[in-house]
Design a protein around this ligand. Sequence first.
Ligand code: ADP
Ligand code: MG
Length: 728
Amino acid sequence: MSTLRFQALKEALNREPVKVIEPGRRSEIFSSHVFNESIMQQFLTKEAQKSVMEAMLTGKKIDRNVAEHISSGMKEWAISKGATHYTHWFQPLTGATAEKHDAFFEPTSQGNAIEKFGGGALVQQEPDASSFPNGGIRNTFEARGYTAWDPTSPAFIWGTTLCIPTVFVSYTGEALDNKTPLLRALQAIDQSATAVVKYFDKNVKKVNATLGWEQEYFLIDSSLVASRPDILLTGRTLLGHSPPKGQQLDDHYFGSIPSRAIAFMMDLEIECMRLGIPVKTRHNEVAPNQFELAPIFEEANLAVDHNSLIMDVMKKVGERHHLSVLMHEKPFAGINGSGKHNNWSLATDTGVNLLSPGSTPMKNLQFLTFFINTIKAVYDYEELMRASIASASNDHRLGANEAPPAIISVFIGTQLTAVLDELEKVTNGKLSPQEKTDLKLNVVGKIPEILLDNTDRNRTSPFAFTGNKFEFRAVGSIANCANAMTVLNSIVAKQLKDFKVEVDKLIKDKKMKKDDAIFNVLREYIKKSKKVRFEGDGYGEAWEKEAKKRGLSNNKTTPLALRDRVSKRTIALFEELDVMNKVEIEARHEIELEEYSKRIQIEGRILGDIARNHVIPTAVRYQNILIRNVTGLKEIYGKDFKKQAKEQMEIIESISEHIATINSKVNAMIEARKKANKIEDVEKHAISYCDEVKPYFEEIRYHCDKLELLVDDELWPLTKYRELLFTK
Ligand code: ADP
Ligand code: MG
């Protein structure tokens, strides 16, 4: 009997929801573990406070002496909150977060001890980070990298550790992390967008990109996960027959949240409150055991940090509840996968959302300017957008009959489509007063009331306008949003920069009025970027054909999608904006390809192992039972036994066939892996894993799943889908 599975099931069935006690009003505990402005007032001198605020708002460097004051204040605060250690918290290119804890504690020469945390330790650290992926940067340049404080994201206490958000760069200045390029991209969008906003409002000094992510995930009992080597090691099931009941009835979506899950969510939310993560919504998602969590949007760098942090917090809180949190994009075949919608907009320091239509024609022209420029940017760089979200796990969603497709398009709704159609007809050159009045009254002036009924949100679109923001829906649930945000903010920054040049040129050379110039440039952008706009069903084959005609890319697999990350245009884009240089770009490309190959390699090994060492022996055991049964029937009935043993003999044969196929396919997969491993070129290596190794997964799985249906349930060693899902 397969003891591990039944033991796990027994444990899972006997579990009660963990009691969670609210520590008080959530508004009162909010940010209690964050070194924010009000804490600074208590623990820092005026001078130190001013210096941190300036660093946050303008990026001004912090003086070493002042850093001493800050670190000492931070230490006192952290110790008063029970912290014993500090760490530079950063986001290496593995996509996860990294930390190395150092104690505040330090022995003195008199045999006593003190707590110490100097300015140097706050501002800069040198982790022994030689095992983080660096795509050859460190070999080519310096052997070491260092972490440096990012004062735009406040320090926080997680557990008993003071975490200081930092960037991670090599000694020659190349970014070795996800945060550095993001910060540079955010600076670029600030510059370009602020320059453009000044056409409409001279008082704006800064524009921030805003991000509100929605995190989808699965919760599975941890004992059940422990009984599945595939989930444990790859984050997803590599085999398992679909349950008789899945999500067909749509009874999980927005349904009442199971009690163990709600306890987990409460516990998680309390931690988030302390950490200053403004989580707001929680609900069931479409698939059984699938949930979603979303905060109120924040400045993009902080939002990215909070998403990275929460993914870690979720895992730790999950442990308390004996729940494994699966963030993989496709943990279970046959039911919905998970994504991470990135809601994005631009906000001025005067409090205006630039993607929100306003109450006057002028405000709406401002809205249209940012709206149309964003669409144009996505059109020009759709392939790079696709590349920014490419990964082995996200390939299971993109282009694999699941939302959204691998083709990047923009959905804006029928009403805004009508507005753009009107603007496309604007006169070439100077506009007559009559035309302008007409535009203001009937097109630009009408937008706010129109948007209220912009309800037909197209769920199949990878990039949709949803009233006052764009929603990038193709981002993977396990991804660090920094990648997608770096690309999106860079392409819009570049676009706005070009827009400014074109408008200024018309004003100067053609002596056009500002409005006329803006209308003229926007008209051309609308025409040029029309091909990326798509309002229909993004799942269908019809769209694939249509998109091909329009010249849009459709890169279904990661190795192909990643190519655009190193294209001439991409390098030119990032170099022009000082987001990344060629070395950094190429290093990242290499790391991403390597990561892809490794993931497929690991999955292949595990699948081979499970098929050979779990599935086949179990099938043989059951076959032996049947053989004994047939032999017994023969003894009783003599040569007439076949009448009684017919079904059993069919199953015996069927088992033999499945076993033979599994065995030969596993052998062939191993051969394909060996071949792939010999290829030195990183891209060809990845393509080989994609095209030659991965296709065996489905075939092997098919036969294993058939055996699951044939073999006695008592003998089956792997916890089944119906047991993994549907937790109460
Ligand atoms: P859904 O997409 O599930 O229908 P909503 O439209 O209510 O949900 O919003 C989803 C997310 O959009 C939330 O996380 C919210 O914080 C975020 N959001 C709202 N406004 C903005 C904005 N201006 N910038 C960035 N994100 C935003
Ligand atoms: Mg959404």
